[in-house]
Ligand binder design. Sequence first.
Ligand SMILES: *Cc1c(COP(=O)(O)O)cnc(C)c1O
Length: 446
Amino acid sequence: MSAAEETAGETLGFATRQIHAGAELGDRHHARATPIYLTAGFVFDDFEQANDRFAQPDDGYSYTRVGNPTNAAVERRIADLEGGSGALLLGSGQAAVATAVLALAASGDHIVSAASIYEGSRELFRDNFARLGIESSFVADANDPAQWEAAIRPETRALFAESIPNPKNDVLDIAAVAAVARRHGIPLLIDNTLATPYLLRPLEHGADIVIHSASKFLAGHGTVLGGVIVDGGRFDWGAEPDRFPHLARDPRADGRTFVERAGRAAFLSYARSVIAMRQGPVPSPFNAFFILQGIETLSLRVQRHSESALRIAQWLEAHPAIESVDYSGLASSPHRALAERYLPLGQGSVFSFTLRGGLPAARTLVDSVRLFTRMTHLGDVRSLVLHPGTTTHVNRSEEDRLAAGIGPGLLRISIGLEDVDDLIADLDRALSAVAAAELLERAGIR
Ligand SMILES: *Cc1c(COP(=O)(O)O)cnc(C)c1O
């Protein structure tokens, strides 16, 4: 029995659920924490049970690629925190995005995505999926429903966007995009990595499926990778059988379709038992354990991350070397009204700012920080700094980068959990180094 079942019927707060929801308490030694079930396979009691496990894989464990109790505890907990009906844990965020889309679209199908998304997802759509015959269109302004409308085709099988796209800390108007999705009978997938379910739960605003890179805030400590797909459990996969024939039209070996077998859970069941099981991007139960450990302090960490990020954004905005700061918690942000509606508890800790001194200033700052780590990751306990133009977005054309708002002086930071005054002192020292370098440059000394 899980802790969630023990307290079924009670309405529990987020902090309580992040510690108790979905915990695995079935261990015969009564371990309180969810144990790491580090085992490839699970014993069949007898001939009959072996047959049952293969015929009804959801009824018990057989092999860790198909399911594992530690991984399942993480799935139940994240599904609970997001308000979903179920979840599937995968080996990385990229595996989660890939598995979700491949469980919806096949060759000849089409997806529409916001243009401003994680580079790894964008290239997955543009390059890998294109080779498989799944085409993608990208919407330049994700908050303009007319652009989504215009991009949708008869063969569109999913709309995809991020609740807080990095690096610029924009805020997506989820309800506006969800309305378009609903009108066309297409599911809306939201990558909620940067917001976390503590700050924002996309299913409450009309999204159908939520995706996370658990490598970021959920695990939280910059150690393990993981990804998760959460199903809202509301989308009617059988409404138009020809739209999702693999779920609603074509019978499986037992003569039934996935919709007949699983109803509203048809998508998640297919993602688990056909895509993930065959393609194999499953997480180690060892990593799942660390994700579960991280989630138990999620609300506390994200509160502190957001408070420190707001203070640093305000401090940067007042600094003469800074041209602009992209943080939706600032009064000056064009996303302020959306942030008040969607992110009242905090606006996250990943944002960007632009130095007046352009690329040379960005280079000096990155090379001068001591406490901030030069690293490509987000949601770590440590504060991180990166120059997107020469790293994550280096393979895009200059024109493309500028269209995405990524100028040569733009830096992305992810604020960690250090003392905020120490972080400000580190940035202050690095900005003094920028000023000194500019003085020398002007005097012709360098
Ligand atoms: C990091 C990230 C991913 C990819 O996740 P991995 O765990 O690194 O594979 C996807 N989406 C967003 C928004 C991310 O930040």
